[in-house]
Design a protein around this ligand. Structure first.
Ligand code: CMP
Length: 147
């Protein structure tokens, strides 16, 4: 099984669509294994997006991502990294494919509702950035849902 990190960004929190986005991932058949809401500092966001440092959009990205609460979550399934990347759509919400998360809930390149890891290796690093090992919950629905 593979895990990936999804961040529900401040624009989505502000639009009160956190529940809709989580529901969409649930309905897509993924398993939620970790979740928390945080208000990250600029330093935290700079560190998280270090690969983009020096790009024209870096400073506004840091400002935006640290302007309000975000929801960080970990989703699990087979091939979850590539599945989720397709599911969320292109970076620019204006160009995101119809029905994708960014098309449904985002606004533009920056306010694009969600971030998701773009490779299995990055997913491991990004999950470790926000979660301790014991915060990733390994559980089996079948063991208790029907009780
Ligand atoms: P995300 O998937 O979180 O990864 C990096 C973020 O940088 C990206 O989503 C966008 O929000 C932002 N980004 C990437 N390219 C641009 C751009 N050309 N203009 C503004 N923001 C961008």
């Amino acid at each position: 099984m593979e895990n990936t990190l999804v961040i529900i960004k401040p624009d989505a929190v502000g639009k009160k669509v956190v529940g809709d986005i989580i529901k969409a991932f649930d309905n897509f058949g993924l398993k939620l294994v970790a979740l928390k809401m945080i208000k990250p500092s600029k330093e935290t966001i700079e560190q998280f997006y270090l690969i983009h440092k020096g790009k024209v959009f870096f400073e506004p990205l840091v400002e935006f991502m640290s302007c309000g609460p975000i929801v960080v979550c970990v989703w699990q399934s087979e091939n979850v990294v590539s599945k989720v990347r397709s599911f969320i759509g292109s970076t620019d919400s204006q160009k995101a494919e119809i029905g994708t998360i960014r098309n449904l809930f985002g606004t533009n390149n920056r306010k694009n509702a969600v971030h998701a890891s773009d490779s299995i290796e990055n997913a491991k690093n990004e999950i470790a950035f926000f979660f301790k090992n014991d915060e990733i919950l390994d559980y089996n629905y079948d063991a208790w849902v029907s009780k």
